[in-house]
Every structure is written in structure tokens, then in C-alpha cells.
Design a protein around this ligand. Structure first.
Ligand code: FMN
Length: 172
């Protein structure tokens, strides 16, 4: 099974969590890690290239830090451009059908804040609903997300554990 991990982090050199997670899975057999902000520093996405990359993948993973309860801007742009009519959806758009789709996100706030009766008032999974619905719309199987909470204050020890968990998640 080929896995393509799309890392959307606008400042990967300043990242603690996503940089560590992505680096840990680089070089894993049948896993391709792509840093989209490095590939497209001007934000102009090569749609044909991206679609060709996805065609090779059985599983697509979106990895990003949560910004404003959503995804960094390039990730949204990438979806708008790459999941095109006639390719990703529409009567002839079946390119993504049957693929697995997963999300690996980090949030600055502790996971305890992401609950109906806590500070944020919603679960992390609720904020992922547009991606879940988009996966369904394009015929992909949405898998259990990989969530790293408390990124603002994460210790090196906790991050090391999370890195091991991510490696297992990628190999599953
Ligand atoms: C512009 C911006 C918006 C953010 N919005 C949120 C948010 O809505 N919820 C949250 O828990 N953390 C938020 N954060 C914190 C990031 O999610 C956190 O810094 C990131 O997950 C850490 O990952 P990194 O070490 O890879 O940068 C935000 C950070 C930035 C810079």
C-alpha cells in the first residue's frame, strides 16, 4: 500500500510537533512525505503534478497544525485546485474512489479543552467534519484521525511518545 503524506505547515523550520512527526516517517517503505509549502512557496499549485502524485497513492494523509480551528491556507487552496470536477467528483470524476484518507493534526490547546463542556466547546473531530464530508463526497474512506494535543506546551518526552505513535499509525 502506497501512502502519500501531505504536510501543510507554513513555517516548518520553526515547527516542533509537525516537523518531528514528518521527519520520523520519512524514509518509511512505501511512504512519500511531501512538504507543500516548500514545493509551492508562491502558492501556485501544479494541479496535474498533484493529481499524478495522488493517483499513485492508496492512502492520502493530510498533516497540518490547526489554525483557527481549520487548516492552513495552502491546504484549502490545494483542495480547491486539486479535487477538481471531472477528476475528483462528477460523473467522470472517480480518481479518488476507494482510497483511504486520514488526517494528522496538532492543536495548541490541550485536548481536554476540546470537549462540549470545556473551553473550546467542540471536539477536534467536529472541526474535521468538512474533510470527512469531502472524503465521502470524493469516494474515499475517512479513517480515524491522528491528533496531537497541547502542542504549545508539549514536553520532549510526550513528543517522543507521539512520534512513536505516529510511526505505528503510518505503518498500520
Ligand atoms: C495562526 C494560528 C492559528 C492557530 N489556531 C489554533 C486553534 O484554532 N486552536 C488551537 O488549539 N491551536 C491553534 N494554534 C496553535 C497551533 O495549532 C500550534 O502552534 C501547532 O499545532 C503546533 O505545531 P508545530 O509545532 O508543528 O508548529 C494556532 C497557531 C497559529 C500560528
Amino acid at each position: 500500500m502506497n501512502t502519500t503524506v501531505l504536510v501543510f505547515h507554513p513555517h516548518i523550520t520553526e515547527s516542533k510537533v509537525n516537523a518531528a512527526l514528518a521527519k520520523a516517517i520519512e524514509g518509511t517503505e512505501n511512504v512519500t512525505v511531501r512538504y507543500l509549502y516548500d514545493i509551492y512557496p508562491d502558492g501556485k499549485i501544479n494541479v496535474e503534478q498533484e493529481q499524478a502524485e495522488l493517483a499513485k497513492a492508496d492512502r492520502i494523509i493530510f498533516q497540518y497544525p490547526v489554525y483557527w480551528y481549520s487548516m492552513p491556507a495552502l491546504a484549502r487552496q490545494w483542495m480547491d485546485d486539486v479535487f477538481a470536477y471531472g477528476w475528483a467528483y462528477g460523473s467522470k470524476g472517480k480518481a479518488l474512489h476507494g482510497k483511504d484518507f486520514a488526517v494528522a493534526v496538532s492543536v495548541g490547546a490541550p485536548l481536554a479543552a476540546y470537549a462540549p463542556d470545556a473551553e473550546v466547546g467542540h471536539t477536534v473531530e467536529e472541526f474535521l467534519l468538512p474533510l470527512k464530508a469531502s472524503a465521502a463526497f470524493t469516494g474515499m474512506n475517512f479513517q480515524t484521525p491522528f491528533v496531537t494535543g497541547g502542542a504549545f506546551t508539549i514536553t520532549d518526552e510526550a513528543l517522543a511518545k507521539q512520534v512513536e505513535a505516529y510511526k505505528a499509525f503510518i505503518k498500520a
